[in-house]
Design a protein around this ligand. Structure first.
Ligand SMILES: Cc1cc2nc3c(=O)[nH]c(=O)nc-3n(C[C@H](O)[C@H](O)[C@H](O)COP(=O)(O)OP(=O)(O)OC[C@H]3O[C@@H](n4cnc5c(N)ncnc54)[C@H](O)[C@@H]3O)c2cc1C
Length: 296
């Protein structure tokens, strides 16, 4: 049963921040409610006050600029991201990722900001945005700040958002040349949250073969989405070969710190990290080599 609560609907981001300031002792932001209402129904969260931001059109946008990259407002729905021609043209991986999140009904109502702010380690957008070197803009009544997404996720359902802060925007820089980014989630039920997921990016050197930079991001493999930094170190300066990818998969698997639960054991999840890391890196590397040839 859901406890009684005061319902306040903000008409602007400024008003939302003022309402937060007034009710900061016991409130929750609600946007699409796809995650929050489940917690409220289970009695895990019982705020005195709900501040509704779903109708803040000023935070419902997708913009692209060649220099700045992509900016997605926090109240933009998954479905809007999925069907955006701008996103399809410049970041097709995001469309693919969105198509595999939940059902169309959930994607229609759930928002990208709500997904990130929920801080679920098994969320799909987190690892992909980190692999794309994304940032988030957040604000309280007094100031705005921007932080890299890899610093945003702290622990299970815990983010770097302070008590009085609202997530405003997701920022994704332009994808550098000779760079490819890949993502795959392993799940038992199609379009459900992953048992484990891996996002990988590879940027190649001038030779179009050697790894100049890389990001390997593990989802549902630790209390928060996180980079497998030891595994990344093995790749820089190297050319692709099967033994290298095998080693990198094994190191990533050692860096993972997954749970053991009814969906999968810890060792099964670690094995999945190993396999998906190898697979995503190999795929990204081949794609990046193809791009380098096209650019030459
Ligand atoms: C059946 C089902 C299947 C799903 N499958 C997947 C899946 O496969 N992959 C996946 O990644 N996700 C999945 N999800 C999760 C879904 O993507 C999220 O529920 C949704 O994106 C959350 O957005 P929302 O707007 O509904 O957030 P809400 O439920 O309204 O809010 C979620 C949390 O974020 C906070 N919040 C919301 N917006 C802001 C903001 N702008 N600033 C600060 N705090 C904010 C709220 O206070 C709350 O704590 C699934 C959900 C359902 C119900």
């Amino acid at each position: 049963m859901i406890h009684d609560f005061k319902y306040l609907r903000a008409s602007t981001a400024k008003e939302a921040l003022e309402l937060i300031e007034q009710h900061k002792d016991d409130y929750k932001i609600i946007c699409g409610g796809q995650s929050l209402l489940i917690l409220m129904r289970q009695g895990l969260v019982a705020p005195e006050c709900l501040i509704d931001i779903k109708h803040l059109d000023e935070l419902n946008y997708i913009q692209f600029d060649k220099k700045e990259g992509l900016r997605i407002g926090a109240t933009t729905s998954h479905r809007t991201v999925e069907t955006s021609l701008l996103v399809k043209k410049h970041y097709p991986l995001l469309v693919e990722m969105e198509q595999n999140i939940a059902s169309i009904q959930t994607r229609n109502w759930g928002t990208i900001g709500g997904n990130l702010a929920h801080g679920d380690p098994a969320g799909d957008p987190g690892p992909v945005f980190i692999a794309l070197n994304g940032k988030v803009k957040v604000a309280n009544k007094e100031r705005e700040r921007t932080l890299p997404l890899e610093e945003f996720f702290i622990d299970y359902f815990e983010t770097a958002l302070e008590e009085d802060e609202l997530l405003l925007e997701i920022q994704i820089p332009p994808i550098p040349s000779k760079t490819a980014v890949t993502y795959e989630k392993f799940n038992i039920i199609k379009n459900d949250q992953p048992i484990v997921s891996v996002a990988a990016s590879i940027t190649l050197d001038e030779d179009g073969l050697s790894c100049k930079d890389t990001r390997i991001v593990l989802g549902a493999a630790a209390p928060a989405p996180a980079r497998a930094r030891e595994a990344e170190k093995l790749l820089v300066g190297k050319k692709m070969d099967d033994q290298l990818l095998k080693n990198v998969g094994e190191v990533a698997s050692k860096e993972a710190d997954p749970v053991d639960d009814i969906h999968a054991t810890e060792s099964y999840r670690k094995q999945l990290v190993n396999v998906l890391t190898r697979r995503m890196l190999g795929k990204a590397w081949k794609q990046a080599m193809g791009l380098a040839r096209e650019e030459a």
